[in-house]
Write a protein that binds this ligand. Structure first.
Ligand SMILES: C[S@@+](CC[C@H](N)C(=O)[O-])C[C@H]1O[C@@H](n2cnc3c(N)ncnc32)[C@H](O)[C@@H]1O
Length: 270
């Protein structure tokens, strides 16, 4: 029991597992039953549900789509930080150096942007090293994290990956109740276009990108789902464009058009 709510039974867990996978692609293996219990029990109490079956009926009701969103937000993992997997940003830097003189707009999509640390890291690199105009789209399925990303306010103990020079240039220090917080400068903030995009749905209308960051999200998908997502990604990447995945993810066997250029970086169609 957590918050007086009985632990989900196997059959209750199965119903949630199916709904979560249909809605987000995220596959919750059976050992994640405790995670489901821990993350949702409090919400069940808030919505006066006595058990997981009652709450399931609520989130399955088409008039309660907001509640389903909230449940999915509670279940998904949003961990992220500035300059996570820093070799990727060295690689991006090198790509930008090599295209010096190219005047075409360089388009980047950060496809599981979470609370914004990843797209703002990319924006800093683009701002430093991209000699042509550039565009950066950042998306996530979770509206709450997107709101956080849009506000761009972070605790100052979460910035260990950021160099002092970038701290000075791209962060403002808070005062008063924001004393231990920083905010991304407006100049950088306004360069990022935030969108809600569910990777389970068709996103091919977003146009073609030179680089797509889709890191630390496919790890939650089953292989079949990963393949479908990457098929759609392949329609959004320009020839010779780069796809960055998390270091514990791999596109091996997903699509032979993706060639590995360095760990967790793939180039499309060369
Ligand atoms: C662990 S975070 C990774 C954040 C960032 N990419 C990084 O590597 O630091 C995973 C993110 O994927 C998002 N996500 C999960 N399922 C998704 C889906 N179907 N479509 C889009 N985003 C999704 C979650 O909301 C969460 O913000």
């Amino acid at each position: 029991m957590t918050h007086g709510i009985p632990y989900p039974s196997d059959s209750e867990f199965l119903k949630y597992q199916r709904l979560i996978e249909e809605s987000t692609g995220i596959f919750l293996p059976p050992h994640k039953k405790t995670l489901l219990n821990n993350r949702l029990s409090k919400r069940l109490v808030e919505r006066s549900c006595k058990n997981f079956s009652e709450y399931f009926s609520l989130i399955s009701d088409s008039g309660e789509s907001h509640e389903l969103e909230m449940a999915l937000e509670l279940i998904t993992t949003n961990e992220t930080y500035f300059f996570r997997e820093p070799k990727h940003f060295d690689f991006l830097n090198k790509v930008l150096q090599q295209r010096q003189g190219d005047t075409k707009t360089f388009r980047v999509w950060c496809a599981a942007a979470s609370t914004g640390e990843e797209p703002y890291t990319i924006a800093m690199i683009l701002s430093e090293s991209c000699s042509s105009p550039w565009e950066l789209v950042a998306s996530d399925v979770n509206e709450k994290v997107l709101e956080h990303a849009y506000k761009a306010i972070y605790r100052d103990d979460r910035l260990s990956g950021v160099s002092p020079a970038f701290m000075d240039k791209y962060f403002l220090h808070g005062i008063g109740k924001y004393q231990s917080h920083v905010r991304i400068t407006p100049e950088l903030r306004y360069r990022v276009k935030f969108l809600k995009v569910n990777l389970m749905h068709d996103f091919t209308g977003m146009g073609k990108f030179d680089a797509i960051f889709i890191r630390n999200v496919m790890i939650y998908f089953e292989r079949e789902t990963q393949i479908k997502v990457m098929q759609r990604i392949s329609k959004c990447i320009k020839p010779n464009g780069y796809v960055f995945v998390g270091h514990s993810e791999s596109l091996h066997g997903v699509d032979k058009e993706f060639r590995m250029r360095c760990p967790a970086v793939y180039q499309y169609g060369v």
